[in-house]
Ligand binder design. Sequence first.
Ligand code: AMP
Length: 115
Amino acid sequence: MTDDTIFDKIIRREIPSDILYEDDDVLAFSDVNPQAPVHFLVIPKQRIATLNDLQPEHAELVGKLVLTARQLAADKGLAEDGYRLVMNCNDHGGQTVFHIHLHVLGGRPMGWPPG
Ligand code: AMP
């Protein structure tokens, strides 16, 4: 399919992944190259390439990404110590997969400012 990314292949189960949660709108799976003891991604099933492409009608979907991240973080015992949500946009943001995704990172203190 044109403009497919690797995440579309994960959604369609064409490549393996460690899926943590799925419903009609969102999918969560472990990051293959974890940057923290806990590192997973929450993505919409609908492909939206970057944060720049978000429209007002996506507000509920974006809210669902955050609420899914919050629930899975709590399930993994991260709530009290805390964790970080990151969404990278384009080159300066460090985005490499052009299908928006929320990184959930936890299990260690996070530095600030980011590099
Ligand atoms: P970003 O750099 O913000 O676009 O993040 C893309 C993330 O996708 C990186 O953290 C990668 O490690 C992760 N990633 C790439 N391919 C896969 C895959 N097949 N399964 C799980 N995570 C992946």
